[in-house]
Design a protein around this ligand. Structure first.
Ligand SMILES: Cc1ncc(COP(=O)(O)O)c(C=O)c1O
Length: 395
């Protein structure tokens, strides 16, 4: 055989479904169509000016050179304080590293702990990248089916049974959850950590939405539970809360040996996270901007309430109020049955015929559902509701 071909591992890595839908929506928009694009999970608010200014100052001061691979010491120390002040997690500076976004943090963490062939539990519905990231680390993703009737919070016994059946080595948790917006009660988190302790599982806890909460929901990290801290790697940062999406920064925190290993990997793959973005992240850590946070949360909450009220009026569509993040996972099983379409075909038709981009639940291992992001202006959400209703009423 001649020519350059991708290897078997890369052939097992699919393109991110959410990015693919957003790209298609962007193409249709560029061709002049009025497309409502609710596929991507990116806040519609700008990066707060004081944080952006720190990045600009870094450039102006010539703070543009390499840094240590795990990030500058001041930021690691500020990160350790932020974890303590915000979530009650106690880390030393050496137990916190900076990396290029939550995605990279998950990648470095999995690369540091997964042995070839290790089974890793992923709870459906899950954020689209987890299975690919596990495969890239030569692990085997094991999908635990969604607990729809339990408000998307798995019973610890179900996780325990899956761990036993597959001899799992680890579990990825994501609360508040993308796509469901589910936030467990502290005792539910504790029950899952108890299973991890009993079965000797490591935990990779993706907490990137930890400060985006509604209806009195409380975020409790698995690392804060008894037995949790020495088996949990925590991913967190300001990507979603402060629109640091394009800045590509995040923290990975956990036991020193694993962070050291992840830092060695990062030193070979990335070198260091962007120096300018580290300056911005330091400001985000040290200046919490409570007013900015309240303004954003009030806007997200207003949109969330609007969607719960309006979507539940559409025949065949159901939405249980999400308690965290900024996604609505709508139950369209009845609508799919009525139209004789699965969720993928239905979302395709919504985009092609009604110019509304939302993500089929199949992308998150929850067929019969669809996710829309309400990190979008109210007029876009109003149009989305109108278009979905028009589709439902169409022959
Ligand atoms: C659950 C979850 N984890 C990680 C990420 C990636 O975040 P980042 O942009 O910081 O890589 C996202 C982004 O959508 C997400 O929803």
């Amino acid at each position: 055989m001649t020519g350059l071909l991708p290897n078997a591992r890369s052939r097992r890595i699919e393109e991110s479904a959410t990015l693919a839908i957003s790209a298609k929506a962007a193409r249709l928009k560029a061709s002049g169509l009025d497309v409502v694009s609710l596929g991507a999970g990116e806040p519609d608010f700008p990066t707060p000016p004081s944080i952006a200014a720190s990045g600009i100052r870094a450039i102006e001061r010539g703070n543009t050179r390499y840094t240590p691979a795990p990030g500058v010491p001041e930021l690691r120390a500020a990160g350790a304080r932020w974890f303590g002040d915000t979530f009650g997690l106690r880390y030393t500076q050496d137990e916190v590293m900076v990396t290029a976004g939550a995605k990279a943090a998950l990648h470095m963490a999995l690369d540091a702990v997964v042995e070839p062939g290790d089974a890793v539990l992923i709870l459906a519905p899950y954020w689209v990248s987890y299975p690919a990231l596990v495969r890239m680390a030569d692990g085997e993703p094991v999908i635990v089916p969604a607990a729809i009737e339990r408000g998307f919070i798995h019973d610890a016994a179900t996780i325990d049974a899956a761990a036993r059946q597959h001899r799992a080595k680890g579990v990825i948790l994501n609360w508040p959850n993308n796509p469901s917006g589910a936030v467990p009660e502290p005792d539910q988190v504790r029950a899952v950590v108890d299973v991890a302790v009993q079965r000797g599982l490591w935990i990779l806890s993706d907490e990137i939405y930890a400060t985006l909460l509604y209806d009195g929901a409380r975020h409790v990290s698995p690392a804060a539970m008894p037995g949790g801290s020495d088996r949990t790697m925590v991913v967190n940062g300001f990507t979603k809360s402060h629109t640091l999406t394009g800045w590509r920064t995040s923290f990975l925190a956990g036991p020193r040996a694993v962070i050291d290993a992840a830092c060695r990997i990062q030193s070979q793959v990335l070198g260091n996270p962007c120096t300018i973005s580290q300056a911005a992240m330091l400001t985000a850590c040290e200046q919490p901007l409570p007013q900015e946070h309240d303004t954003r949360m009030a806007a997200f909450d207003q949109r969330r309430r609007y969607l719960v009220a309006e979507l539940n009026k559409i025949p065949g569509v159901r939405l249980v109020a999400p308690r965290g993040a900024f996604y609505a996972l709508i139950d369209i099983r009845e609508l799919c049955a009525k139209k004789g379409l699965d969720d993928v075909a239905l979302c395709e038709r919504l985009l092609d015929q009604h110019h509304l981009a939302i993500v089929p639940g199949s992308a998150f291992a929850i067929p019969g559902f669809a996710r829309l992001s309400y990190a979008a202006a109210m007029d876009q959400l109003q149009k989305a509701v109108q278009r979905l209703r028009a589709f439902v009423e169409s022959k």
